[in-house]
Design a protein around this ligand. Sequence first.
Ligand code: ADP
Ligand code: GLC
Length: 491
Amino acid sequence: MSTPDTRLKVCLASSELAPLAKTGGLADVSAALSAYLHDSGHDVRVLLPRYRQVESLGLDIEPVPGMANIGMRLGHDEIHYGIDRTVLPGTTLPVYLLRCPALFDRDTIYTDDHDEDLRYVLLSRAAIDMCQRMGFAPDIFSCHDWQTALIPLYLKTVFSWDQLFARTRSVLTIHNIGYQGMFPSWILDRLELGDARHHLHQDDLKDGVINFLKTGVMYADAITTVSPTYAREILGDDFGMGLNHLLRDRAGSLFGILNGVDYAEWNPETDTRIPVNYTPEDMRGKSTCKTRLMEEMGLDVDAGRPLVGIVSRLVGQKGIELVEQVVPAMLEQRDFAIAVLGSGERRYEDFFNWLKDRFPGRASYYQGFSNELAHWIEAGADMFLMPSLYEPCGLNQMYSLKYGTVPIVRETGGLADSVQQADPSTGRGTGILFRDYNAEGLYWALDRALQLYGNAALWQTIVANGMRQDFSWDTQGARYVELFEALRQTA
Ligand code: ADP
Ligand code: GLC
């Protein structure tokens, strides 16, 4: 526990925070990191948009006195918003909510609407404005992905007059460089940069583009990304997605910190969502979870048949095209079953619906988002498949390890940093990794997993190795604190 003198003051602005608003791992990480900092005695103020999805949780939400109706001009738009306050469920962490129904009361968290840029310009500026109104001088402004990546530039320009921020350092955490927030330059007025507009990337502006994430890479005091391997990968042409040259210039300020796992949420010993709890010492509950999952998902109930699970956003990044190329043929040849949960691009949803019809009893698919079913699959499957093209960190492979569900992953990003190749000759290792992003690679990995599964003693050893791994926030969060403290020293 930090003492009042040493404790950090952190403002964390994020577009997702579990369980209030989640589309993927960003939500888990921003919630767990904030909760870790808070529990360690640091003063953390989190700001999240009050999306429509937040309402369904039935939280106690109260307006913050004096911040009920704030006006802000962004280009031609006069926006009215308020700041509300709640507490992150299961913790004592205060969470501030940006209430602006005109921008955030929509069907989905992210949209293709014409004002998507405006929604997150507001979040970014409101976070700074909130600090000013509270007289809160953060040591660290913690920004996440493109949605809050303009904050470093704002702090260095438009708000540089304010002594409150004289010692504030900004950290941009890149969770996924595949989403950069690129908008046509006609939105420029909405950023309200004034003379500071010449700090935007000028070649981009000439090309008619404003790239939010790139702006963050240019101006953040430090950049982190969510695994050491991904931190190296994004310096190259293949994974840098156009930002690699800029990132190379900033390599001295770029750090890879592997995400942690919130074991209060993801632990088969205590998980209240799964049918039966189990421990590494007594795994009987896992077979019950498997048969219940098979029943629930309309699979033939067969405890001896290997069951592969997938829980994923169905987008190009996740390597679903390899699943299309390999799994139907494998299901023809081999005796195993597959349970899939996910939603996303139509073509992948169509594929899994087709697969389910083609292999009734051995393939099942739930199209949609269900946290409950995600837990059931982690507990009930024997293997977990993540053949990602790229994966900044990935959380499900780490959840899988804890649940004794052997991960089959491509050797990239955080997957490479969290799974070790199982070696039948030594009994070491925790999963199966394949290197080449092609059908042969995945075929090899699945085939190997099924072979290893056939050797019950060896399989149990690999399962046990995985369950012993520890990716808790106690370790990973401490790395953020170390970085934040080092940055504070430079102030
Ligand atoms: P990404 O953030 O790229 O989607 P991660 O592996 O970091 O990948 O995190 C994904 C998170 O979202 C995990 O907590 C996973 O369980 C959850 N998730 C993804 N798709 C679904 C879904 N359809 N239903 C429930 N949870 C999902
Ligand atoms: C992103 C990445 C994923 C990572 C998550 C949380 O969505 O795709 O790999 O685990 O953010 O950092």
